[in-house]
Ligand binder design. Sequence first.
Ligand SMILES: [Zn+2]
Length: 397
Amino acid sequence: MKGPHVRQIQNYACHCLGLKSYFQRPGDGRARPRIPARDLVWAVVIGHALRVVSFLRLEWLAHSPVRAELGMKSQFGDDALAYCSERMDPELTRLALASVLHQAKRNKAFENSRFIGLALDGTGAGCTHKEPCRLCGPVKDPKGAVHGWLHHFVLISVVGVGLTLPIDVEPYGPGDSEYAAAQRLLRRAVGHLGARFADYVVGDGEYATAPFLHTSGEVGLPVVARLKENLPLLAAAVRARFDGQPPRAVFQEGDDRVEVWDYDHFDPWETLNWSEVRVLRYRQHKRDGTIIQAEWLTDFSLAKLGSLSFYRMAKSRWEIENQGFNDGKNRYGMEHICHHEPNSILIVWLLILLALVIERLYRQRYLHRGDHGIRSAMNLSDYLWLSLGTCNRPDTS
Ligand SMILES: [Zn+2]
């Protein structure tokens, strides 16, 4: 067998990433399981890597002649996937994701990066018009009329290391908030990863509020957050200091010229327990003439973090948008609700994260050894489909 193959990915996941015992015992909560949870969980993971995102189509795969080549031993129906995912304990999949991240760090998957970031952001997925579940939030028009339901969650992901690796999700339904969910998620992820795994937390403007910044401090991580007009006093102080002044430094970053203003003695706002606030303003000049300007705050000292590194941390926040939500929804089926039940929705989201992490590490770190170029995710998926059904043929080359 030459080239990438589903069974090679399964071996890589079990042995190089240390997931063998997780797949054997993924937290099955069924009283008398007839079909091993191992097959069901692996089917959801490899199915999403192959862009098969519904339980019905996974049933079709499980009954296909290539079932064994997909790494599944038993046949099953979509009802078994629904029944099992309703009863699985999400904690074991969360721990498995954290252990893969640790293994990746040990395997030097992040070796060219000085700082490891954790980005958080919220989104909605899985729009439905059916009877709402506990996690369904109403989609309202400007007049307040309800037009369907959406499932909201916060995602946390490793960023700033050359490949974006999601770690965990926290759903939030009506009566809860993105903000509260993000704090629960950050505490749990850092609890699973350990306080020394990452170097910073990054988030958009809605995370630049005292309780979230304090939570980040409590888990031992400096934070980089976007400064917007929701902090009017600080925003005004920043304008008073930076406007009309020459930049503190100018960098060439790729094709872009970046001017920065950086000052670390701004007063904290009333509820923030920091002694002072550092703010970076950057003005990014793109080659096509576009100029992007933004301000970010942090509790990193100037001695620990230079302006260029601060700029890169701020920019790493976009990874969760592009490689997290956009890829997750457009390529990995995160928009699709396989089975409309809260625990099942959560389990499938977590298994999509696991599929993403395995696929990215396999494609960008394992296959990308020596002089091989990096395959795109779509190219790998196409190749895996073509290689199914051909692996037992004799190699006549
Ligand atoms: Zn729902």
